[in-house]
Design a protein around this ligand. Sequence first.
Ligand code: PRT
Ligand code: ZN
Length: 283
Amino acid sequence: MIRIAIQAKGRLNEQSLDLLREAGVQVDENRRKFLTRSTSFPLEVLYLRDDDIPQAVSMGAADLGIVGYNEVAEKGFAVDTVQQLGFGACRISLAIPKGESYTGPSYFAGRRVATSYPRILREFFAREGVEAEIHEIAGSVEIAPAVGMAEAIFDIVSSGGTLVSNGLQEVEQVLHSEAVLIATPGLGGEKVALLEQLKFRFGAALDSRGMKYLLMNLPAESVDRAIEILPAMRSPTVMPLAQTGWCSLHSVVREQELWAKIEALKAIGAEGILVLALEKIIK
Ligand code: PRT
Ligand code: ZN
């Protein structure tokens, strides 16, 4: 049995559960409590506030956790970061009122900066040799300059819309973050094996996101050019068709490149192109 802490509510909750589900770990959400046992994998889910996940994992109250890397870096507890999970991407940035001219990190010398991430900010200022005043607040950091609580902020930015609507401009991107899988250092025995199994399944689930399975009929003489267009995991699968001079070609493509690849393949004679959803990629 292994225990994983995930965010109880908020931005990472649903995506954490989606990833578990894609990895074959069913969690009954109707009977959702503080602690829930999976029905399909020897795993318990512990629902916590994201702020508490690094400490819970560091203490071993949970063996694993899914949390934003920003929280791991801010809290500074001893945990192993074992896998990047590719969702919840954001950055923690310094922002100043729009219209102010920015001269580099020395701009902040002697100024007051509001943040919920004092540790990461303190390290940034120490690295840059800047003496600024760090004013820690728990929430609504972006309104601090407008109400006179600070002259600048250090906060999470994703689209940047919140900064713009508060009359602020982003001037330094200090930390890039995404959701990560963390583990208690020194897990032993059965738990290591379960962690390896989960990592493998998460990897396969993440690799298959945004990928499509493509099959088509192709004149045999175009196969070499098709292979150049479609560098698949090793190379595309090519099988002869009953009709001589033709073959069937199968491959995997990134969804963003799908239409460009299809156009290139049509131009070398591909016909009957099928695009299928891809469930999992096991490397
Ligand atoms: O209740 P609990 O403490 O668990 O949750 P929380 O309110 O502390 O965290 P939550 O759910 O807001 O975010 C959880 C994690 O999601 C964060 O720790 C980040 O790792 C990640 N994440 C990704 C974000 C964002 N993107 C994000 N945009 N967290 C917060 N934001 C905020 C940002 O601060 C800004 O105020 O969303 C606002 C909109 O951002 P823009 O730039 O898109 O306008
Ligand atoms: Zn939080």
